[in-house]
Design a protein. Structure first.
Length: 415
């Protein structure tokens, strides 16, 4: 088999060989131990390799950028940036993120493959409220002369600025360092709802170990992971060439930094259903799925129920913000309401668990059972709001439970 034939049979392998040739700054390989957040983001994006249709074939760590997602027809170069305090301004993006993407663009341009790539800046936390920030994030081609000047000062040739901005993607709102473990595990629980919490935790730890090893060039990959892969890979498609095979010499420089679809399928259970692919699509796009939605999906909630709770939560949020703005004691009063609502919801969840033997359907889809039970008792929900803060409106109170779920205070019967 020729190298060209090998690359035709394995989607993305040709593009993997292309980025292997680009000059790389090894700093990330040497300092990754300080950036655990990036490894957790790598795990989330590696999971998107499970998408059947348009998912990446490979996730490459610390080659050109923090993360390169290699598809059959494109490469996404992603710079992952954390932030300790405050929101992101355009100036902060220029000084911490866009500077690195400019270097990546210049390197890709020298290798004559810049048109194959998008250049993406993924930001922990939120951006500032100013209109010019929102405009730049939504459409980087609207960059001001000042921003364009900053890009040039980072080494971008002036004639290349427009092309770079057309290929630039900015994705703020990435999970914070405090919550990224919860987000990743809830995503995995939604992908594999049959797994217990402990099983999801073990799977997450296994994927994180593999991702961390790839970030450091594979040198620190534990023997346990090597053994799992050695046992499993003979039974899955070989999506990376081995030494001596056609294509090996092209990808050898980044072989140990590459996480493949085959590796992922070797160490994860099969996906159970279609709706998981919708979640994978959002993860691949960098969009943040709320913890409430992830918990409800993992607990067997239908899309209809999730959308209903999201709508009620949004309506409730308007009233909650009005309360916070108009009453000095709104926070303690809302906390008192939260305690009452959670007490009722937890009691309902416990009762459904205890009746699992006689009602296995409810046990398998606890979110649906809890929601149906609570909404069948509108008077009881209304009585939780004694002040009243939400007009004793049972729908708003149910929406408030969705808000509390987003704050990790209610899990819809999973624990």
């Amino acid at each position: 088999m020729t190298e060209a034939t090998k690359q035709e049979l394995i989607p993305g392998l040709g593009n993997l060989a292309t980025i292997a040739k680009i000059t790389n700054d090894p700093t990330g390989l040497e300092t990754f131990a300080r950036y655990v957040w990036q490894a957790k983001q790598v795990v989330r994006q590696w999971l998107t390799c499970l998408r059947d249709q348009d998912g990446p074939a490979f996730a490459v760590c610390e080659q050109i950028e923090d993360l390169a997602l290699v598809h059959s027809d494109k490469v996404r170069l992603i710079q992952l940036k954390t932030r300790d305090k405050g929101s992101w301004s355009v100036a902060a993006m220029c000084d911490s993120g866009l500077d690195a993407l400019v270097r990546s663009y210049v390197s890709a341009r020298k290798a004559k493959c810049h048109e194959l790539c998008s250049y993406e800046l993924w930001l922990e936390g939120t951006t500032g409220p100013k209109a010019d920030i929102a405009s730049f994030v939504r459409d980087p081609t609207t960059a001001s002369n000042d921003v364009r000047g900053r890009l040039v000062s980072h080494g971008l040739i002036k004639a290349w600025v427009d092309d770079f901005l057309q290929r630039l993607v900015i994705e703020p709102g990435q999970p914070t360092q405090m919550y990224i473990d919860k987000v990743a595990m809830w995503e995995m629980s939604a992908l594999w709802p049959a797994l217990s919490h402990q099983e999801v935790l073990h799977l997450y730890e296994r994927l994180l170990i593999a991702a961390s090893a790839a970030q450091t060039g594979g040198a620190d990959q534990p023997a346990s992971i090597q053994a799992i892969l050695a046992a499993a890979l003979p039974h899955v498609s070989h999506d990376l060439p081995h030494p001596g095979e056609p294509g090996w010499s092209d990808i050898e420089p980044i072989h140990n930094q590459t996480l493949s679809r085959g590796m992922l399928t070797a160490i994860t259970p099969p996906l159970p259903g279609e709706r998981q692919h919708q979640l994978l699509a959002r993860m691949a796009g960098g969009s943040a799925t709320s913890l409430m939605e992830l918990k409800m999906r993992a607990a067997g909630a239908s899309t209809t129920l999730i959308e209903d709770v999201q709508e009620l939560r949004a309506t409730m949020e308007v009233q909650r913000q009005l309360l916070l703005a108009s009453r000095d004691n709104a926070e303690p009063e809302l906390e008192d309401l939260a305690r009452r609502v959670l007490r009722m919801a937890q009691a309902t969840s416990t009762r459904i668990k205890l009746s699992a033997v006689g009602n296995p359907v409810a046990a398998g889809r606890p979110a649906e059972a809890i929601a149906a039970d609570l909404r069948a008792r509108p008077h009881d929900l209304a009585q939780c709001d004694r002040q009243p803060l939400l007009h004793q409106d049972e729908e708003l109170i149910f929406g408030y439970l969705g808000h509390l779920s987003d704050l990790c205070r209610f899990d819809w019967g999973l624990s």
